[in-house]
Design a protein around this ligand. Sequence first.
Ligand code: RIB
Length: 300
Amino acid sequence: MIVVFGSLGVDLVTNVSHIPHPGETVLCEGYFMVPGGKGANQAVSAARAGSKTAIIGSRGNDGFADLALSVMREAGVDVAPVLPVDKPTCVALITVDEKAENAIVVASGANQATRAEQLEAFDLAEGDIVLLQREIRDSENFAAIKHAKSRGARIVFNVAPAGPLPEEILRLVDDLVVNEHEALVVAKAAGIEATDPVEATRVISERFGCAGIVTLGAEGVVGWSKGARHAAPALKVTPVDTTAAGDSFTGAYAAALDQGLGFEIALARGAASGSLACTRPGAQSSIPTKAEIDDALRQS
Ligand code: RIB
């Protein structure tokens, strides 16, 4: 089973000609609202990729809460461990430009109230995968990792958005998932002098004994495990919105591990899921199903 310990919320998305510079105002036609949050996106990805999935998190008592949970419910994610708290449901303000690149501001609200005790109250079994990101407090993530590890869970940590991790925590992580920027931030904080994200991820993997996975956008993904380099290509797609591509990768990657598939297959399934997510607008609205991943890999 996959247990996501992480964020959830609602994305307010605008499509703009270009992302505004400081002091600039950009007009656009309108906006759309979709469920988002890196934790929730990854939960949807894992569930759509065929794994039993639950999410532990927090929501407000406001009009956004139901929308934030709606797609997870449809995808079969167990949202019962999401607690109501006295803060607003998280809202992310997202602008997407004509090149499908985005800029995001996350108003965290309820996500900041998520506590490691919520995971401690959950009935974790040995071999479960606990999947984390960096949109809740570091202190709670770190306590959750220590608890999950003591219960025999596998820790998959997507260090997004980027931030430093203590070495003590890096040693507990089984699978570290980063993009190019995140790889360099984690490496630098750990005293690793690399300027190339793939090399930085190799050194992290070697030094801390985890699998190190770096997503490279259109170049696919490189994964380091036990000193060996593995790679999977991205699908050849025309991107319309790259939001949640990394989440789609991470959820499908974790699902493949949960289903007992090997590291290399997990990379390939994650890469296909991330690529497909770029072909549709929005976060959870863009995440593919297991059948879509299978089809895309058959045709590639
Ligand atoms: O990774 C994409 C997600 O980041 C969006 O859904 C938004 O909610 C932000 O948290």
